[in-house]
Design a protein around this ligand. Structure first.
Ligand SMILES: [Zn+2]
Ligand SMILES: [Zn+2]
Length: 342
């Protein structure tokens, strides 16, 4: 038997005792969970605010574990392999799948929101959805591979190149990851937030400039830093209503610049046609990731990122109630929880 955590409906969850799942076909593997990251979208699922989720649902899409059983036709992985699990399940047949945009497959299912995820001791997945990680990456950090895949994907979507001057709104987990990804690509990065503590953390992660928008005029500072030109690309990793609109303020992004959106806020923004056309800006959206797990694992293995302090709050699976407690009672010190299974 094993334990699983089920969100039965918004604001309600149960811990259930169920049999360990059997392999459903010859191409599946059984994974014993070791670490599961808790993401903003899990908060939204629990609070009924994730438009992509259905109930009842086992959340968890930042999953790392060990393969403990393999189907008879499995060739890519073996028992004992340490793995992370991709969150997207795709059809392989639609237009999007055929042009290499599987993350937005028209039949996409997402582990942890559209189908059950990793807040459970064991689950099965097709071998093609798992990626082996080396022993040098510990499981707590392995739970960050999925969010780093998001960083890799959104910077690819934004066509970030060395020499870009990047503005990042929000220095939470994803903002910090986009920052490190842009630094890894050779950019100058300006980070903006209202929280001095995460802005200081951003400096440790390589931010060239930090702006506290509560204390400073953002556009004036950006103008000063960029010799009155503006940045070449801006990312919205703050994702509140109005955050995207704020990136279109004159003086922030220069002509021919790009703005990348990651949020899922359903309230409308106030972006006029002129705000886009006057500077011929590209507005680029980015959702989850596509083909980024393997390159990110390689960068983790090469120690190319600073993971110190990204996981603020490790929580034992036995104490899962704490995860929901912090979702209901946000604590500014709890920025990123990771559930550890042993
Ligand atoms: Zn996530
Ligand atoms: Zn498809």
């Amino acid at each position: 038997m094993m334990k699983e955590v089920v969100i039965t409906k918004p604001y309600e969850y149960e811990i259930r005792e169920v049999p360990i799942p059997e392999l459903e076909d010859d191409y599946q593997v059984l994974i014993k969970m070791k670490a599961a990251g808790v993401c903003g979208s899990d908060y939204h699922i629990y609070h009924g605010a994730n438009p992509n989720s259905t109930y009842p649902r086992i959340p968890g899409h930042e999953n790392a574990g060990v393969v403990v059983k393999v189907g008879s036709k499995v060739t890519r992985v073996k028992e004992g392999d340490r793995v992370v699990v991709d969150l997207i399940i795709t059809c392989g047949q639609c237009y999007q799948c055929k042009i290499g945009r599987e993350n937005i497959c028209e039949n996409v299912k997402v582990r942890g929101s559209g189908v059950d995820g990793g807040f459970r001791e064991y689950f099965t997945a097709p071998e093609d959805d798992v990626y082996v990680i080396p022993n040098s990456i510990d499981f707590k950090d392995a739970a960050l591979i999925e969010p780093f895949a998001i960083g890799a994907h959104c910077t690819n979507r934004g066509k970030v190149v060395p020499g870009d001057i990047v503005f990042i709104l929000g220095t939470g987990t994803i903002g910090s990851i986009i920052l490190q990804t842009c630094k890894n690509k050779g950019c100058t990065v300006i980070c903006c937030d209202i929280d001095d503590e995460t802005l200081e953390r951003a400096k440790a992660y390589g931010a060239d400039y930090i702006i506290n928008s509560r204390k400073e005029n953002v556009v004036e500072r950006v103008q000063e830093i960029t010799n009155r030109k503006g940045v070449t690309i801006a990312f919205d990793s703050a994702c509140f209503q109005g955050s995207l609109t704020s990136l279109f303020e004159p003086g922030l992004v220069r002509n021919a610049g790009r703005v990348v959106n990651l949020g899922f806020t359903t309230a409308p923004e106030s972006i006029s046609q002129a705000m886009l056309a006057q500077r011929e800006l590209d507005l680029i959206s980015s959702r989850m990731s596509c083909y980024q797990f393997e390159p990110v694992i390689e960068k983790f293995a090469n120690n190319e990122f600073n993971l110190d302090g990204l996981v603020t709050t490790p929580i034992k699976f036995d104490e899962i109630d704490k995860v929901f407690h912090y979702m209901d009672n946000p604590d500014p010190k709890v920025k990123k929880m990771v559930i550890l299974f042993d």
